[in-house]
Design a protein around this ligand. Sequence first.
Ligand code: ATP
Ligand code: MG
Length: 180
Amino acid sequence: MYLKRLEITGFKSFADRTELEFVPGITAVVGPNGSGKSNISDAIRWVLGEQSAKSLRGAKMEDIIFSGSDSRKPLNFCEVSLTLDNTDQQLKIDFSEITVTRRVYRSGESEYYINRQSCRLRDIVELFMDTGVGKEAYSVIGQGRIEEILSTRSEDRRGLFEEAAGIVKYKARKKEAVKK
Ligand code: ATP
Ligand code: MG
């Protein structure tokens, strides 16, 4: 499984629809300060279900929608689609390519899709649980996360091992069951 494509429309500095194609191996994104490099990783975490505006470097969720420039009006919604190659069937869904999409309007209304079919946020979260993909998983490691991994506190490192061992799903189900 690998990241194949990212389509960004109206997200932060990406006013126009922008398509990024990735190939297996290492991709480095370079550019001047403020050119939108971190906005790309924000887009990845957002489409994987990030709900915290603060962790996307904003004050409220609306801040991720293109806010306009001298020559362009602000947009009313933003959309990000992330496509993964799944020919190895690592994700338990019978498709060789999986596209997850998230759209949000200024009104706050959100929409989620898996392969263009409308779904709930929790379907996306569950699809990626225990796979290493996901907003909190080890496939997206921000600067702060590195400190957590190097931390001497075992509790800090435990979450990472639980995800790698594939038991997060069972813990989540247990928590749900106990609640009911
Ligand atoms: P650095 O090298 O300093 O880390 P970077 O390439 O990571 O820079 P980003 O943080 O990705 O840069 O991009 C910051 C830019 O995105 C700023 O110019 C900011 O104005 C712009 N930006 C953020 N949110 C929005 C928004 N909602 N609408 C328009 N532009 C936005
Ligand atoms: Mg940056």
